[in-house]
Ligand binder design. Structure first.
Ligand code: PLP
Length: 402
């Protein structure tokens, strides 16, 4: 069976060039970058080259890049690091309701330590209004953390405006850019961020490696204590092969960025238009004009998301729901409920996310099986049968909105 991978926001395939670049750092150049001998210096040089490659992609200085174990650690480092280094008495943090759990759970942990946190809501389009962020700012605000692109909807947040607000008031500004780096231009100067998180495995690099951009002069308390690695920001022997992979992935992403935005964006549109034309009662969730070119989130009325993902998987197509399985029950995604979807609507939403290795054949292959999967699942739904035979008020509205 031909397999089609449309879940690139979950993780991506490592690019062959990235894999090739990493290989020598397992078998030949395996030194510890802190060692002063030849082996150590080979590893050190490779790390510094990756730092330059990544800095170039972000329009940052190499010494503003700290390598971490991934997006989660970078988010934790930014939030804990800034708040714990702040000397103000009462501390206030502003974030949004659609952040990844790596930010939301960190914010909740800060609340348990007495920090006040405001979770600014987003509109039904999945975009935060900078005016709402401005209203939340108080005299004790030490940090604003707003993601760049949302992982479920792909919606892009107005960072430039929020960055200006933060700068005018001398408040640190962090962005979780795990989903945007390598997919759209990310320029730390233009965006006005002081801290920015990214992760290797979302841009065809390896898993377990990421980075935090930290603007020169920012004061952070480290998350961990140990050696003097990464300019005392992040102790621990560096993951040399992973860092080399991340650097190479950043270089490749930068080289292909403009062309890939066009190519992958056209594939995403072909998929989206094919679905909307071929499947009744399907609708795009999130602002279509402010989105990653790689992502679409589509709700299918009368479909249960997990059933759909499993049925598609059985036909060789990988996609996903935003739902999280917790304590034995499936909870609808907090992002979809934050944009005003009901529990049922949230559970009927599917994310399709594309990457560098997707082709037009993938899209056509997915479009070939998808309408039949929806039809089959709906034919098993008692609500669908009831509403379409004798429409209930909700069903009639859904049918009228088609
Ligand atoms: N932030 C966002 C927006 C993400 O999508 C993810 C991964 O899904 C993360 C953070 C966590 O990154 P990592 O898997 O590298 O820890």
């Amino acid at each position: 069976m031909r397999r089609i991978y449309l879940d690139n926001n979950a993780t991506t395939r490592v690019a062959p060039e990235v894999f090739e670049a990493m290989k020598p750092y397992f078998l030949e150049d395996f030194g510890n970058a802190s060692s002063i001998h030849w082996y150590g210096q080979r590893a050190r040089a490779a790390i510094e080259q990756s730092r330059e490659q990544l800095a170039r992609l972000l329009n940052a200085r190499p010494n503003e890049i700290v390598f971490t174990s991934g997006g989660t650690e970078s988010d934790n480092m930014a939030l804990f690091g800034i708040v714990e280094a702040s000397r103000s008495g009462q501390k206030h943090v502003i974030t949004t309701t659609i952040e990844h759990s790596a930010v939301l759970q960190t914010a909740e942990a800060l609340e348990k330590r007495g920090v006040r946190v405001t979770y600014v809501p987003v509109g039904p389009n999945g975009v935060v209004d900078p005016a709402d962020v401005e209203k939340a700012i108080g005299p004790d605000t030490v940090l604003i953390s707003v993601m760049h692109a949302n992982n479920e909807l792909g919606t892009i947040q107005p960072l430039e405006e929020i960055g200006r607000l933060a700068r005018e008031r001398d408040i640190y500004f962090h962005s979780d850019a795990v989903q945007s780096v390598g997919k759209i231009p990310v320029d730390v100067e233009k965006l006005g961020v002081d801290l920015l998180s990214l992760s290797g495995h979302k841009l065809h690099g390896p898993k377990g490696v990421g980075a935090l951009y930290i603007r020169r002069g920012s004061v952070l308390r480290p998350l961990m204590y140990g050696g003097h690695h990464e300019r005392d920001r992040r102790p621990g022997t560096e993951n040399v092969s992973g860092i080399v992979g991340l650097g190479k992935a950043a270089e490749l992403a930068g080289e292909h960025l403009a062309a890939e935005i066009e190519r992958v964006g056209a594939l995403r549109d072909r998929l989206e238009q094919g679905i909307l034309a071929g499947v009744p009662l399907a609708a795009v969730v999130g602002d279509p004009s402010r989105r990653l070119p790689t992502t679409t989130n589509i709700s299918f009325d009368y479909i249960e998301g997990e059933g759909f993902v499993i049925a598609m998987d059985l036909r060789g197509v990988a996609c996903s729901t935003g739902a999280a399985c917790s304590s034995g029950s499936i909870e609808p995604s907090h992002v979809l409920t934050a944009v005003g979807r009901s529990r049922e609507q949230a559970r009927s939403s599917i994310r399709f996310s594309l990457g560098h290795f997707n082709t037009a054949e993938d899209i056509d292959g997915a479009l070939e099986v998808l309408p039949r999967v929806v039809e089959q699942l709906r034919s098993l739904s008692p609500h669908y049968k009831k509403d379409t035979v004798s429409p209930s008020p909700a069903g009639a509205k859904a049918l009228a909105d088609r």
